[in-house]
Design a protein around this ligand. Structure first.
Ligand code: CTP
Ligand code: MG
Length: 189
């Protein structure tokens, strides 16, 4: 397959995972996921992980993913060779695991940060950028191994994964700067 198609396809299928985080920022607030509980003197997750953010972010990622699947079904003929989410029902399942895994990964990142005594919002390079895509890919691989291998590993598909790994930190940074400027985020990272 064409390299540009592989890059586009990889980024396209990661969209539900990528938009889940800004979704959490938009809808977040209220009761923290850890209910203020502490573990060994530090918060389990901290105030940056809330139920509203978790549920809202997942719903937002799933909604966008459903629109993408509808788009694929109707406009696939415009890009011959583009695979994207592929056939239902796995396509829909993958949208769910990508969005859910993304925010689970984000919470694992927060859990790790708290264990190192880092405050909410404190910068953690690598972890901040990759926790959610790692969670999204891992959960999706566990539930839909064939889909994940076909989309990101086998044959030429590793190019799609590489594109995701290269573009995600750049996207993460730009979106956070925008979120900071419009007052949705407390820090520009
Ligand atoms: N958010 C939320 N619930 C989630 C994830 C995110 O409410 N499950 C909201 C919070 O308002 C959070 C903001 O989105 O402050 C930005 O998310 P993120 O940068 O991941 O959290 P941080 O505030 O940086 O906290 P941490 O250090 O724990 O990552
Ligand atoms: Mg942060």
């Amino acid at each position: 397959m064409d390299v540009l198609l592989l890059i586009a396809s990889g980024l396209w299928v990661m969209v539900p995972a990528l938009v889940a985080n800004p979704g959490a920022v938009i809808f977040g607030g209220g009761t923290p996921v850890d209910f203020n509980r502490k573990w060994k003197g530090e918060r389990v997750l901290g105030d940056g992980k809330t139920w509203r953010g978790l549920i809202g972010g997942i719903c937002f990622g799933v909604l966008i993913g459903c629109l993408q699947i509808a788009g694929e079904t109707n406009y696939a003929y415009l890009l011959p060779g583009f695979i994207g989410f592929g056939p239902m029902p796995t396509a829909l399942g993958a949208v769910f695991t990508l969005a859910i895994g993304s925010l689970l990964g984000d919470m694992c990142g927060a859990f790790i940060k708290r264990r190192f005594g880092m405050e909410r919002g404190q910068k953690a390079p690598v972890l901040d950028q990759y926790d959610s895509i790692a969670g999204a890919l891992l959960l999706t691989f566990l539930v839909f191994p064939d889909w994940t291998l076909r989309t990101f590993v086998l044959g030429d598909a590793w190019v799609s994964l590489l594109a995701v790994l290269v573009v995600t930190p750049l996207l993460h940074r730009s979106v956070n700067i925008i979120g900071y400027k419009v007052g949705l985020k407390k820090e520009p990272w």
